[in-house]
Design a protein around this ligand. Structure first.
Ligand SMILES: Cc1ncc(COP(=O)(O)O)c(C=O)c1O
Length: 434
């Protein structure tokens, strides 16, 4: 698509946008009495208007029926996972029984590592991206140490090439082959939280399997942000949180993908709890654990009904909006943001976008890198009603950092992108576009 720099062009894009109506379904923070420009869906997605009613409904069921709510009513709580499996499977490209909502993200990282990291004296290494989200780093190091290995030796970090910020797929794959049969597991963030780079999960999974390692991904920044085909790519497991692109609410529940070849295997080493027991026999309280089929067998505890409600409301909005339409608009909105940033650069700004330029290698987020002084620009746009975020440079610790901007397709508009760019233009004292 070709873009231009006029405000009327942004207005016409919004008019033609079939998802425009969905903005009305979300609640926006305000800035000086006006709706703020919210570009932080990569951190905490907005609240769908239907959430209050859904939470109230759970409270009412609890009030009216008490414990019987697990089995009674139009939607017995016992079946809450089924309500979410099919819509979520569509979002991440899985079979419904391959996904489950449970616990929170870092807890699930530990649980899935517990199942998949089964080192032997020869095969004990874990390959990660350098600069992975801290939870991934801490959890992998903790699991490796717990099983008696030295994280320094057992964890292989793939770094960007000298002077670069992004990873080359071929470097990741070369590192996998180099580790060969010493490698037990590849565990990457699907989209790196800092750079916004979306890795080639299909190629990385294939390379991992070719040398006998498992491939698992932390998809906190990918689920609901980019099209995924977890089943077809043969990924072993993935985990994500619901509170970013899936609007599941602060600290909301996590999603898990477990490929059917593991989920259908009764001997797969699940860290069992009673809620993973086959539903028909769960309340018989038998001694031997009989897992539910699929990812449902990973469940450990009673689902947190009040915390799940915002997530199923959001998934219902996703279903009405159409998953593919959301991803298509996401690409277009970010391409438009990139185009306008480049126009600023053509007029003398020196904004360095570190997120890949190829649409297939990124999602909604663009990370604009500043060696210094970026925080002052960030503060200016914040004071003027844009909510995005600032992250310190965690690799070089040079005092630099990035402004992460994520216009998301469900509730952001082209005109908001335009206004955001106009603020940067003013700050940098660049002449008006038109
Ligand atoms: C990539 C990634 N992994 C893990 C986490 C931690 O999630 P939680 O605090 O829900 O466990 C986050 C939080 O933002 C994240 O972005």
């Amino acid at each position: 698509m070709t873009f231009d720099t006029s405000l009327s062009f942004a207005q016409s894009l919004d008019q033609q946008d079939p998802l425009q109506v969905f903005q009305e379904e979300f609640l926006f923070p305000e800035h000086q009495g006006e709706k703020a420009i919210y570009f932080c869906g990569n951190s905490l997605g907005l609240q769908a208007k239907g959430v209050k009613a859904a939470v109230d409904q759970v409270l009412k069921e609890w009030e009216d029926q008490g414990v019987e709510s697990w089995f009674k009513g139009a939607r017995p709580w016992l079946k809450v996972h089924e309500r979410m499996q099919a819509p979520l499977a569509e979002v991440v490209g899985a079979m419904p029984e391959e996904v489950i909502v449970m616990n929170t993200l870092t807890v699930n990282i530990h649980l899935l590592l517990g199942s998949f990291y089964r080192p032997t004296p020869n095969r004990f290494k874990v390959l990660m991206e350098a600069g992975a989200f801290p939870s991934d780093q801490y959890a992998v190091a903790a699991q490796v140490s717990k099983l008696g290995f030295d994280p320094q030796e057992a964890i292989i970090e793939v770094h960007p090439r000298e002077g670069e910020e992004l990873l080359h797929t071929e470097d990741i794959i070369a590192a996998i082959h180099e580790a060969g049969d010493s490698l037990a597991l590849v565990m990457l963030g699907g989209i790196n939280y800092y750079t916004g780079q979306f890795y080639d999960l299909a190629a990385i999974t294939a390379a991992s399997h070719s040398i006998g390692a498992y491939a698992g991904f932390d998809l906190a920044h990918a689920a609901g942000n980019v099209p995924l085909s977890l089943h077809d790519w043969g990924v072993d497991f993935a985990v994500w949180c619901s509170y970013k692109y899936l609007n599941g609410g602060p600290g909301g529940p996590s999603g898990v993908f477990l490929h059917n070849r593991h989920g259908d295997d009764p001997d797969f080493p699940r860290l069992a709890g009673w809620w993973g027991y086959q539903e028909s026999g769960r309340f018989l309280m038998r001694k031997e654990f009989v897992p539910s089929k699929g990812a449902a067998g990973l469940q450990i505890s009673t689902p947190q009904m009040l915390a799940f409600a915002p997530h199923w409301v959001s998934l219902e909005v996703w279903q009405r909006a159409g998953v593919q339409r959301i991803f298509e608009k996401g690409r277009s909105l970010t391409a438009y943001l990139e185009f306008l940033l480049q126009q600023l650069n053509a007029r003398g700004a020196a904004l360095h976008i570190i997120t890949p330029a190829e649409p297939a290698a990124r999602g909604s987020q663009l990370s604009i890198y500043f060696e210094r002084d970026g925080k002052a620009l960030f503060d200016y746009i914040t004071e003027n009603g844009v909510i995005c975020d600032w992250r310190e440079d965690n690799l070089s610790l040079s005092g630099g950092g990035v402004i992460r901007v994520a216009p998301v397709p469900l509730y952001n508009t082209y005109q908001e992108v335009y206004r955001f760019i106009d603020l940067i233009r003013q700050y940098l004292q660049i002449e008006n576009f038109s």
